[in-house]
Design a protein. Structure first.
Length: 278
């Protein structure tokens, strides 16, 4: 009987070794690497072999000729993320757990009441403006600027609002804040955080006032809000560091500041991650 047990254990160990070897070879064959952390609000760049197809959950994403792809993790995502990789006829799935974050509560007083709870007559205006913003964020171009390093949009500023914070405006709970607020003097020059193409240029949106959106490729976009002056036109290409406008206090604002945001299509990400403010 002892011999039978030993023989069975040997067979099972051999099977386990074969299984491990197959998994090891498969993962090595695809050679997928990730730059970034699997944490709520984070931006991630992936690197795989050229001519590989990638899905994030069920969404197929672009892959550059040299194997780069991009995606992000939403503020409130609680479930695992599934990355599917197809090379030739082989498919591999990687499951990553998402680490949760704790968010601050931010109270802001002194806002005009019509900006906190808009009157019904401006509902249609807000709806139209949200559609414009949504269309700009949905652009899926082949630009590859998203791979480059971001820079701070202001030379001198104070961070007064952070990503993810639950906002209470004039005592009323509202949507979380999805960007970073930089307080600065009105007229302070704003630099492009990354090279890209302007997909939205608006001088007077109800909530965000002077607003710019730039496409950086593969669904990655940046937003600049509450601007006083805008120096670019829709469709214009800018380089990282170019002066794109000045700080203002337009839209729903209590003072001069710049609100910057980062998106992967409709998923709002934390700009502090790419600006290395954390």
């Amino acid at each position: 009987m002892k011999f039978d047990v030993i023989q069975l254990n040997v067979k099972m160990n051999i099977k386990n070794l074969v299984f491990f070897f197959v998994i090891f070879v498969a993962s090595q064959a695809f050679g997928v690497e990730f730059q970034g952390k699997f944490i709520q609000g984070h931006f991630i760049i992936g690197k795989t072999e050229p001519k590989t197809k990638i899905w994030i959950d069920k969404q197929k994403v672009r892959v550059t000729d040299d194997g780069y792809f991009a995606f992000g993790i939403g503020r409130d995502r609680k479930y695992d993320i599934v990355i599917s990789i197809q090379k030739d006829e082989k498919i591999q799935r990687i499951v990553k757990k998402i680490k949760k974050r704790k968010y601050r509560i931010q109270r802001i007083e002194g806002l005009p009441e019509k900006k906190v709870t808009p009157p019904k007559e401006v509902y249609e205006r807000i709806k139209r403006e949200n559609k414009l913003i949504g269309e700009a964020r949905s652009v899926d171009s082949s630009l590859t600027f998203f791979k480059k390093k971001f820079i701070n949009p202001l030379d001198e500023s104070i961070v007064t609002g952070v990503y993810g914070s639950q906002r209470i405006l004039n005592g009323k709970p509202k949507w979380p804040h999805y960007g970073i607020d930089f307080a600065a003097k009105e007229g302070t020059k704003i630099k492009a955080m990354l090279s890209g193409t302007a997909t939205l240029v608006e001088t007077d949106l109800f909530y965000t006032g002077g607003t710019l959106i730039f496409d950086h490729g593969h669904g990655i976009s940046t937003l600049y809000m509450h601007m006083k002056k805008i120096n670019v036109k829709k469709g214009q290409k800018v380089k990282r560091g170019d002066i794109i406008g000045t700080v203002g206090s337009t839209g729903r604002s209590t003072g001069p500041h710049l609100d910057v945001r980062l998106n992967w299509f409709g998923t709002r990400l934390d700009p502090a991650v790419v600006l290395e403010l954390n």
